[in-house]
Structures are given as C-alpha cells and as structure tokens.
Design a protein around this ligand. Sequence first.
Ligand SMILES: Cc1cc2nc3c(=O)[nH]c(=O)nc-3n(C[C@H](O)[C@H](O)[C@H](O)COP(=O)(O)OP(=O)(O)OC[C@H]3O[C@@H](n4cnc5c(N)ncnc54)[C@H](O)[C@@H]3O)c2cc1C
Length: 392
Amino acid sequence: MKSDLTAAQHEFRDEVRAFLAERLPEDIARRVRYGRAVGKEDQIRWTRILNARGWAAPHWPEEHGGTGWSLVERHIFDVECRAAHAPPLSGFGFNMVGPAIARYGSPEQKQRFLPAIRHADMWWCQGYSEPQAGSDLASVRTTAVRDGDEYVVNGQKIWTSAAEIADWIFCLVRTDPAAQQQKGISFLLLDLTSPGIQIKPLFAFNGKRLWNQVFFDDVRVPVENRLGEENRGWTVAKSLLGDERLMVSRVSENKRLLGLLREYLALQGGVESAGFASRFSELSIRLDALEMTSLRILTDADKGQTIGAEPSMLKLKGSQLVQAMDELLFELAGYWVLPQDRSLRGTTDAPPIGPEHTEYIASGLYHHRGYTIAGGSSEVQHNIIAKQVLGL
Ligand SMILES: Cc1cc2nc3c(=O)[nH]c(=O)nc-3n(C[C@H](O)[C@H](O)[C@H](O)COP(=O)(O)OP(=O)(O)OC[C@H]3O[C@@H](n4cnc5c(N)ncnc54)[C@H](O)[C@@H]3O)c2cc1C
C-alpha cells in the first residue's frame, strides 16, 4: 500500500524488521510459512524471545510489560511479524484475559497471572459459548453458586478452542438466575486441573481437533478467582473487546497470504498465467482498501476519538478477504491440493507428494471458514452495520 507512514513510523518498522530477521527462529518461520501446525513448545520459544525484548504484550499497560505503542505502531508490528511468518501468540492469554486482568484484577491476581502469561508459563482458553448460548451470549446457563469462600460451578461450555493445551479457562457463569440476562453473570478464572472438570474433543470435518466441550460438575472455585464484581461479569467480558475490537481487520494475515500468492504465481509462470492476473489485482486492491480503512480508524482512535461500530466492517471484510485469498491459493495448487492434505490422508507423518508449498493450502482454506463465525458471525456483523453505521 502507498501509505503515509511518518518518518518515525518508518524507523519503527525498520527496527521491527531487523529484530525479526535476527531473532525469529528459522524453523518456526518455515512451519508458519507452509501452514504447518506450530506446536506448544515452539509457541513458548517464540513468546519468550518476544518477552525478553519486551514485545510479547505491546498493548498491555506499561506497568505490566506493555510498550506504550500507538495503535498504528501495533498495526505495523503485526504486519511485520506476519510478513516474516512469525506465529501469532496465544490470543486467549495475550489479547483477551490478560488485558481484562490488567484492568479489573486485584493486585494479587495481576501479580499471579500477568507475568505467567507473558512468559508463556500459563496457557488460557475461553469458556463463553454454550450449546444454547452463542451469538446470544447473555443466555449462558452454566451456574456458579456461592458456598462460603467458594463458588460451586455446574454446566457445560462448547467450541472451546485449545482447551487441550490450556492450564486455565476464563468463563462467563450465571451467579444470579433471577436477574435480567446480562446482569446476573460473573467472570470466573478456573484452573483446568480442578476436580470435576472434564474436557472432551470436538473434531472438524477433516478430522482435526479444533474445539472441545468442557463439562463442570460441582467444580469448586475460590471466590478470589472471580474477576471484577459479582454479577458484573458482562462488563468485564465487554472490556475484553476493548482495543482488541479495533484489531480485527486481519490486514497482516491478508498481506502474508497475498505475498504467498505472489510467490506461488511466480513459481507457476507469473501472474499472467492461467488468467489469474485480474483476480490477483482485485484481491490486492481489496487489501489496500481494507488497510487504508483500518489505518484511518486506528489513527482516529490514537487521537482519542471514540470509535463506534466501524470495527464490524473490518471484521467482516477482513475475514471475507482471507477466504477469497484461500480460494485463489486453492485453485493455484490445482490437482495437488486434495491428495496433499495430510488430514484427508489420515496421517500427519506422510511425506509430501507434491510441491512443498501446496501441502497445507487445503487445511488453511478449511480452517479459515471458521472466521465467518468465530468472534461474532458475519450475520451479526451485518446487523450491527445496518443499525449502527447505516442507521437502518
Ligand atoms: C473456529 C471457531 C473457534 C471458536 N472458539 C471458541 C472459543 O474458544 N470459545 C468460545 O467460547 N467459543 C468459541 N467459538 C464459538 C463461537 O463464539 C460461536 O460459534 C459463535 O458465537 C456463534 O454461536 P453459535 O455457534 O451458537 O451459533 P448461533 O448463535 O446459534 O448462530 C447460528 C446461525 O444463526 C445466525 N444468527 C444468530 N443470531 C442472529 C441474528 N440476530 N440475526 C441474524 N442471524 C443470526 C448466525 O450468524 C449463524 O449463522 C468458536 C467458533 C469457531 C467457528
């Protein structure tokens, strides 16, 4: 994009680039580049490299290890990290519960949890959705009944990503069944090794364990593990969105995918081949428009302006663009794409049977379909845009 970054922002970008060139482990970048899974050990390694530089949690308050960067600087950092094929850090700890603890936590909670998240010693997952509560999250039914210094939790969460590798889960639970929907909800932090918790896998259609169901059967949780006031968990949950709500455009991810498309097109005889030129240009223009819109909103927010429902447009357009990139990648990989897919071959150890770059294109396409739903479905975003942006 022909953006108008300031001289200081250019300098900042160069500093990030130099750091990534020097410190991002090649083996990890290679895994990300080819769409292979990055295991927990590698995630920990990269998180600790960033943490040692003071860059693991740029958006946290500075007293808890944040950098004080502006939103535009954070955008630049994200774009550079993704362009270098750095794996994104665990969003549940860094983008969700971490900032919420920094804002609503007691001094003890901050001390206990924040350094552990930054150093990748403690992994989190998100227990919001339930079988009857998804888009309509205020319908959660999992209960937490006070018993002295503890809550007794009963119920079920569903679609819980990464519970199988997490140590803790943050949950919305109902503490006052008589109160109006949002008002009777509290925000609890639960140790996943507590007696009474059972985690069962949920598999996607290609056999990958993408989610879990988490069952709570008389699980005792110390009251000190409640974040924020009792029955005010909805306020905490909303704050999880905070600034993160603005970082939903997936520009950095789209740029990475566009870079791969360019590279793979070159491998196959250049952008003019097979009539892909106009589609590539269209994606490139859509990405420019998305980045400009995103930077405009981030710059306004940096200036202290209140941002309304615009991030819904970024979420919608960003996720649609990732999927359009996937589709072109899929077509480019041609007849290799399905035979290459290891999950369809029922093994993760099988050697590749075609060009290396085609190996995980199908997996990427399947995985990114979930962007339509996760973090607020496209239909819900359309509703928000219709009401709050277009005034319909
Ligand atoms: C990849 C992925 C990862 C996820 N990870 C997690 C996680 O870690 N933790 C967690 O708690 N949850 C997670 N979720 C769950 C996700 O938050 C829910 O799927 C989402 O909130 C939608 O809820 P639902 O599945 O119950 O669908 P529903 O809310 O029942 O929606 C079903 C359909 O109806 C549409 N719809 C709903 N309401 C309206 C409306 N008012 N107007 C028009 N259409 C509407 C929806 O768009 C959708 O198409 C994940 C989901 C995905 C796909």
